[in-house]
Design a protein around this ligand. Structure first.
Ligand SMILES: *Cc1c(COP(=O)(O)O)cnc(C)c1O
Length: 325
């Protein structure tokens, strides 16, 4: 086994339960996988990745991790919390609104509240940069890591969103928690390890994994394939090609970090039918897609909506009211 042991943060499988009100409305046997309830550090899919990444950091004798992301990143929040537990320093380069060139959105996300303040509460050290591309953000992370190494620190560098072979492995393992009885799994997809992990786990089974884009990234299928080869090199499993991933654009709205009208409507529908909260940046967009796909008849049978968390964003970006549609 080439992976380091997990640094345990999760007490057991996240809940999996049916959605009794929405199922008849949508004509599906609809279930929900509650990674929003993973709990540690405020929960969400990133807890799974952080367990694996910190396992490696501790095995390799790191004393600090160097990461990057948007100031409102769920990943940085959970990583910061995990670092406290593991006794590591958490350093992160952040931008308010990293973007995919050439589109520089006019939207300004909140710079305080939500994940930004929670990461601070968990003791992360943020190095803020003016907005720029994801590429520039990643380069700044590499420079910061190089500087800390020069100063003598033993650092582990962590890629955007924690997507790495470890991140994928975390979701290969998570897939076992729902078994092979589903026809479809639908989830929000962004840095890719959730989708690559679930897709590897369900390859060759009846379960079709559908990742919904939360940012306008047309090259995503290739990024997923690249992550799959990284995982394959570490695990010895056969890599998946770009066309083996079911990745759907169309519900990302105006872009990453920008709530969409369809997503806000999906938040209301889930809250008002099932009493469950979605976040405006990821899970709401994925659930909006699920509603549309069910309506057009391309989802049938037993369907699992994988709730990836993100709750602090609901409070930071604002709770949709009745009248905003
Ligand atoms: C990061 C995140 C995702 C996307 O997961 P990836 O593995 O990065 O693709 C989805 N939902 C939420 C709430 C997230 O924080």
């Amino acid at each position: 086994m080439p992976f380091a042991d997990r640094f345990p943060l999760i007490p057991g499988p996240s809940p999996l339960h049916p959605l009794p009100a929405l199922s008849p409305e949508l004509g599906l046997d609809l279930w929900i996988k509650r990674d929003d309830l993973l709990g540690f550090g405020g929960g969400g899919n990133k807890v799974r990745k952080v367990e694996r990444l910190l396992g490696r950091a501790l095995r390799d004798g790191a004393e600090a991790v160097v990461a990057c992301g948007s100031r409102q990143s769920n990943f940085l929040r959970v990583l910061a919390a995990g670092c406290r537990r593991a006794g590591l320093r958490c350093e992160a380069v952040v931008m308010d609104m990293p973007f995919e060139p050439p589109a520089r959105p006019a939207f300004r996300p909140p710079t305080s509240g939500g994940n930004a303040d929670l990461a601070g509460l968990f003791g992360a050290r943020f190095h803020a940069l003016p907005d720029g591309s994801w590429e520039e953000l990643d380069e700044a992370r590499r420079r910061l890591a190089a500087r800390l190494k020069e100063e003598g620190a033993r650092v582990m560098e962590i890629s955007v969103g924690g997507s790495s072979a470890e991140g994928v492995q975390a979701f290969v393992e998570a897939a076992a928690e729902i078994g092979e009885g589903f026809d479809f799994v639908v989830h929000a997809s962004s840095s890719g390890s959730t989708q690559v992990g679930l897709s590897h786990a369900f390859r060759g089974t009846r379960t079709q994994v559908i990742g919904i884009a939360c940012d306008p990234e047309p090259e995503m299928a290739h990024d997923l394939a690249a992550l799959s080869s990284q995982f394959s090199a570490a695990s010895g499993s056969l890599p998946m090609t770009a066309d083996e991933f079911d990745f759907r654009l169309g519900w990302e709205g105006e872009g990453y970090n920008i709530p969409s009208p369809e997503g806000q409507a999906a938040i209301r529908r889930m809250a008002q039918s099932e009493g469950i909260l979605l976040d405006p940046i990821y899970s709401a967009k994925a659930f909006a897609a699920l509603l549309d796909l069910a309506k057009e008849g391309s989802l049938t049978g037993r369907v699992c909506f994988w709730h990836t968390g993100g709750l602090p964003n609901l409070f930071a970006f604002g709770i949709p009211g009745q009248s905003t549609e």
